[in-house]
Design a protein around this ligand. Structure first.
Ligand code: NDP
Ligand code: 8X3
Length: 251
């Protein structure tokens, strides 16, 4: 039977690569993002697959509810939700960061992810099947300068994923938290508010992860036998590792 996947943040990076990967595997796709022209382009590109594109800001709970309520019947039974829409904004220290940027990250990475999950979970529980795949980050595991609120939103995603599993213990629903490290997408361009020079410098001299690498992992966690739940996948490029703990010494 053809399966259905709902992917948020499908207009770019990981989400777009996931749409391409699952389309290649014959899935039915619900793709979500704010940029309508990108969604139209994706729909054209993947026209061989059943695809329902929804222009939606995940920060809007009413719009999320309406999207779920108005799903065409053939897209109504969602097997996998990929909560991927998200962003980092800024890299300033906590005493200098923009409060508006903090709010946008919290509203998108935490609240948006909760809205989608809360709206789609009841039907999964009723059907006693489903898989929620959350896009966390190594930033939720390891602090770095300027990662303040962004890293904390991803720590929320980690703990929320674990708590979902706890609530769903009596069901066959799976929950996976994927925690990528340095990956090249539009992520840094967004983080630096469109400054291409700063964004490119992030990847200079490295071989970062690519969106297709993440899409392969997202696909893989859905293919293990139904009694197996991949709880967490932490993945970095070979050129990345954890840093030492910092010690500041007075001169
Ligand atoms: P991109 O910037 O390439 O993609 C982000 C996607 O999120 C876009 O499709 C964007 O669509 C969507 N999005 C952002 N805000 C909203 C919103 N309010 N409503 C709906 N969609 C939204 O970045 P990545 O693909 O790299 O990032 C995807 C996820 O992976 C994010 O959660 C990010 O935090 C996480 N991540 C990224 C890493 C990296 O190094 N790249 C590493 C670890 C995790 P649109 O603008 O059209 O709305
Ligand atoms: C994205 C990875 O290290 O830029 O979540 O925060 S990092």
């Amino acid at each position: 039977m053809q399966k259905t996947i709902c992917i948020t943040g499908a207009t770019s990076g990981f989400g777009r690569a996931c749409a391409e990967r699952f389309a290649a595997d014959g899935w039915r796709l619900i793709v979500i993002g704010r940029r309508a022209e990108r969604l139209a382009q994706l729909r054209d590109q993947l026209s061989a697959s059943p695809i329902h594109a929804v222009t939606l800001d995940v920060r809007d709970p009413e719009a999320v509810s309406a999207m779920v309520r108005d799903l065409p019947p053939e897209f109504g039974a969602i097997d996998v939700l990929v909560n991927n829409a998200g962003l980092a904004l800024g890299l300033e220290g906590a005493h200098q960061a923009s409060l508006a940027d903090w709010e946008t990250m919290i509203d998108t990475n935490i609240k948006g992810l909760c809205y989608l999950t809360r709206c789609l979970l009841p039907a999964m529980v009723t059907r006693n099947r489903g898989h929620i795949i959350n896009m966390g980050s190594i930033a939720g595991n390891y602090p770095y300068p300027g990662g303040n609120v962004y890293g904390t939103t991803k720590a929320f995603v980690k703990q929320f994923s674990r708590n979902l599993l706890t609530d769903l213990i009596r069901t066959k629903i799976r929950v996976t938290n994927i925690e990528p490290g340095l990956s090249e997408s539009e992520f840094s361009l967004v983080r630096f508010h469109g400054d291409q020079g700063k964004a490119s410098a992030v990847y200079q001299g490295t071989e970062p992860l690519r969106p297709v690498d993440i899409a392969e992992i997202v696909h893989w966690v859905t293919t293990v036998p139904p009694h197996v739940n991949i709880c967490t996948v932490e993945v970095m490029p070979v050129c990345q590792s954890c840093g030492p703990l910092a010690v500041h010494r007075e001169p």
